[in-house]
Write a protein that binds this ligand. Structure first.
Ligand code: HEC
Length: 146
């Protein structure tokens, strides 16, 4: 098992850099767009799209069943001048359903363009989504209508 040790060293040094994004690098091809490019009034006036992973698709669209633990709702944010969200994202906000009730039952991340996690479980995310994440605009902590 000698070959394992360089991997362990590598893993340990990566761990020092904090949490990883809860969504994969292949998000653009593996997630489904549920809300197309438009201006956001709430997230720093960027252009935004909302995408979900396979597990979040039915709950997001039908609003009739809970989001399963681990499912992901992703907001890709683009420059406000990027009229059709065709350029590279300037960053993301993302929520992943947690197995515990803290923070409205989600893990919240703000992720920069280089996939660095800028914040995790920022109380501002939780506070604002507590207000907007209920019917008619919200569902289970999400704030958009599909
Ligand atoms: C000022 C209130 C406010 C704050 C603070 C806020 N949000 Fe939101 N968020 C909204 C609203 C309203 C929407 C839906 C409208 C839109 O797209 O802008 C939304 C949409 C989202 C979405 C798309 C899915 C959905 O429908 O909810 C995600 C993901 C998200 N926010 C994550 C976050 C994260 C992570 C943070 C903290 C880093 C955060 N938000 C902070 C108000 C807020």
């Amino acid at each position: 098992m000698r070959w394992l040790s360089p991997l362990i060293v590598l893993a340990a040094s990566c761990g020092d850099e904090g949490p990883s994004p809860v969504f994969p690098e292949s998000w653009a091809s593996s997630y489904t767009e549920v809300r197309n490019c438009r201006s956001s009034g709430d997230h720093e006036l960027n252009k935004v799209r909302v995408l979900v992973d396979a597990a979040a698709l039915a709950p997001y669209m039908t609003r009739a069943q809970p989001f399963p633990v681990g499912s992901v709702v992703l907001k890709a944010e683009y420059d406000f001048a990027d009229g059709n969200c065709s350029g590279p994202p300037v960053g993301w906000t993302v929520m992943q359903k947690a197995g515990t009730p803290e923070n409205l039952g989600w893990v919240w991340q703000k992720v920069d363009a280089g996939r660095g996690v800028e914040s995790e479980n920022d109380p501002q995310c939780v506070q604002c989504h507590t207000d907007c994440g209920v019917a008619p605009d919200g569902y289970d902590g999400t704030c958009t209508v599909p």
